[in-house]
Write a protein that binds this ligand. Sequence first.
Ligand code: ZN
Ligand code: ZN
Length: 186
Amino acid sequence: MLEPNAAAVPELTVSVRQLANRPGTSRQLTVNFDAAEAIGTEVIGVPEGQPVSLELLLESVLEGVLATGTVRSTARGECGRCLEELSVPTEVTFQELFEFSEPARAGEAPAEDQLMVIDDTIDLTVPVRDAIVLSLPFRPLCREDCAGLCPQCGARLADEPGHAHRTVDPRWAALQDLLEDEREEI
Ligand SMILES: [Zn+2]
Ligand SMILES: [Zn+2]
């Protein structure tokens, strides 16, 4: 049985008492909370304490409660090319069925990842977290045409238009090495 993580994200446990055994009824609500933990990857994510808005439609169906949610927040991370800090608004929709645990079904254990209505409440922590992770860009960029960093010195090219290094013709490079050697000897 899933243990609702009430301590970490109390706002994400929602009562569905009015919906139990009343197929066809529904309830709409908006839940605003601060992320209890960082959600995302090493590159980008919604940081701990970041405000998250969850718009919920809860519908009573025969098997349980169908939850349709829209999650909005702001992810922070760094550009995959120039490492500049960036923030990206995220919006993602999910739909999950929370099944009633009927006594008739007690014999057959529910699938491990099956979401359940427990004590007339549903815990949206996992669906919300998974939805946010799926909404994050795989390789965030500060802008689509970010020029990245100079491969020679690591300077951020967007900060220095026309940034360039003196390039030496390879045929002259050997000669220049010789000259520099001589200079060192002097
Ligand atoms: Zn960039
Ligand atoms: Zn450079």
